[in-house]
Design a protein around this ligand. Sequence first.
Ligand code: FE
Length: 330
Amino acid sequence: MAASVMPAFAQGEVTLYTTREAGLVQPLLTAFTATTGTKVNTVFVKDGLLERVKAEGARSPADVLMTVDIGNLMDLVEGGVTQPVKSAGLNSAIPANLRGADGQWFALSLRARVLYADKDLKLGAFRYEDLADPKWKGKVCIRAGQHPYNTALVASMIAHDGEAKTEQWLQGVKANLARKATGGDRDVARDILGGICDVGLANSYYVGQMKSAKEGTDARKWGDAIQVVRPTFANGKSGGTHVNISGASVAKNAPNRDNAVKLLEFLVSESAQALYADANYEYPVRKGVALDPIIGKTIGELKVDPLPLTEIAKHRKQASVLIDKVGFDK
Ligand code: FE
């Protein structure tokens, strides 16, 4: 952008380290610069975000650290590379269960762990616990238990149902598997189309990706083979669905701290939240923002499990141990 068209209040710069794809992040950053005049230096970090920021230490140029999965965000906090932020704007836009109590991390968008099912099945309400019901014997497909999407769900189940019941559940689901727990989330839809399984758990945004794929492509056929249900927890009095997040923290040694907070505040604004829905079929974290039409039609409004993600994340290690104990991925 030429200096002459910069807004009069143009102010400085901010450096973002992100593990997210450029195609998703760039439209948001372009909009931020157009609105505020603040330049964004983006560093796309594929792996080892925490290690990199740690190694850079006090001289790190990073202002904002952005990634996906509550586990990755907690690792940044526990690794000591974030700092607390107090922002009325962030606190009012983001529900308390979806940010660190001390402002060390903030959710920016949501992905629900939902049930993919054969589109011809007659299904009513579905609870995560139901997946262990023997009636699904030989009919369940899911990716590896040790994948972060599933360890977060199992951690959440431990928080809801306790360790003993969660272990039984894992054994039940394992006994119901139609095939080894492996592959990706879209493979659940692929294998439903292929007649290998009837049901499985996978992330919500893949539904948007598949159902919007070009007519005639494999992805579109997989998407068209499924219906989607938002499961709840048997023990969750609230009836919410398990979500994971994309999120961000302000870096501990941020040279441009004020601009870092401004960027986060912009990312939860109504316009930026609508971009999240458009670009990757994610659920906005801010209430009242329109869903992507495909997500709205096939999955619908999300009722989020109100258990704090921080509480769920405490059980991550325990979840991983249980998954190994029952040989879920064997
Ligand atoms: Fe994914």
